[in-house]
Design a protein around this ligand. Structure first.
Ligand code: CP
Length: 314
């Protein structure tokens, strides 16, 4: 391990070139294959990983934990309310304290935009920071696993039309998934939702519409998003019945408007009965559970890539 190497980070997919994205997706495919054989490589043997989640999480937190363990790391789950953070210790000092115990990999989820870049500049040399979701800015490993899941089923991304439906403006997932799909050459992006949920003109690639039918037209892949109540004022929260009426997805609506073989994704957690009808949970073309499953392999690939880049291991 090179203790003098500068801290490295995965903060946003826009920091990666297409070749690196493709390398990560290929590495994740390798981990899926080795997962089946329970023959994991041990790129993180002897390393310690701290999971610092300052916002709630199920999928991201536990899949990072499984990924780290499968690569041979020790894992510390940092419990902020019972840490010295409540005595006023800064996150930067917290990371330095954990680094003094030998932690080299930090996975951070935090609600504040910009915190990942600030912290990267303050981390000790030789450490790695991975964003597990940052404000409304980015959720890079979710973007990777979404692109990975789509590519497994529809390898020719350059021929795809992808519709993203719902609360795009508050969604770090949307920003990262759209970045990944754009970098990987997806042909057409439709951004669909009520005006209050659509991005400002020019903020994201793709066409925008408030009409579900035209937004879903010709879609090969439909990505529904969670309404993020925690990131909006109470007055902004749409009436769930109105939302379902205009933008809620059912088997019938997808089959009526999108391509006959269209796939469905949702990053979770789903507000069932609002964004999606419950019948879609086990619909054969719903990839929601598969996204969760693929998250472990994708996060293994990210750990292995950072370990190799930062420490010359692999
Ligand atoms: N998709 C996602 O980030 O889910 P969690 O909040 O459960 O991690």
């Amino acid at each position: 391990m090179n203790e003098n190497a500068p801290a490295r980070a995965l903060i946003a997919l826009s920091d990666l070139d297409r070749g690196t994205l493709e390398d990560l997706l290929e590495a994740a495919e390798g981990f899926i294959a080795s997962d089946a054989a329970t023959a994991h490589r041990k790129q993180l043997a002897g390393e310690a990983v701290a999971l610092v989640f300052c916002e709630p999480s199920t999928r991201t937190r536990f899949s990072f934990e499984l990924a780290a363990r499968r690569l041979g790391a020790d894992v510390i789950a940092f419990d902020e309310p019972f840490s010295s953070r409540v005595k006023g210790e800064s996150l930067s000092e917290t990371f330095r304290t954990l680094a003094a115990m030998g932690v080299r990999f930090f996975v951070l989820r935090h609600g504040e935009n910009g915190i990942m870049r600030t912290l990267t500049g303050e981390l000790p040399a030789g450490t790695c920071l991975i964003s597990g979701g940052e404000g409304t800015h980015a959720h890079p490993t979710q973007g990777l696993l979404d692109a990975f899941t789509i590519r497994l089923h529809r390898p020719e991304l350059a021929r795809l039309t992808v519709a993203v439906i719902g609360d795009i403006v508050h969604s770090r997932v949307a920003r990262s998934t759209i970045t990944a799909l754009t970098q990987l050459g997806v042909d057409e992006l439709h951004l669909v939702g009520p005006d209050a949920f659509l991005p400002a003109p020019g903020e994201l690639p793709g066409t925008t519409t408030t009409e579900l039918a035209s937004g879903l037209a010709n879609a090969d892949v439909v990505i529904a998003l969670r309404i993020q109540r925690e990131r909006m004022a109470a007055a902004e929260f749409p009436d769930p019945r109105d939302y379902r009426e205009r933008y809620g997805l059912s088997i019938e609506r997808i089959e009526c408007y999108a391509k006959p073989d269209a796939l469905l994704l949702h990053p979770g957690p789903v507000n069932w009965g609002v964004e999606l009808d419950a019948e879609l949970a086990d619909w054969p073309r719903s990839l929601i559970r598969e996204q969760v499953r693929n998250g472990v392999a994708v996060r293994m690939a990210v750990f292995a890539w950072l370990a190799e880049a930062a420490h010359g291991r692999g």
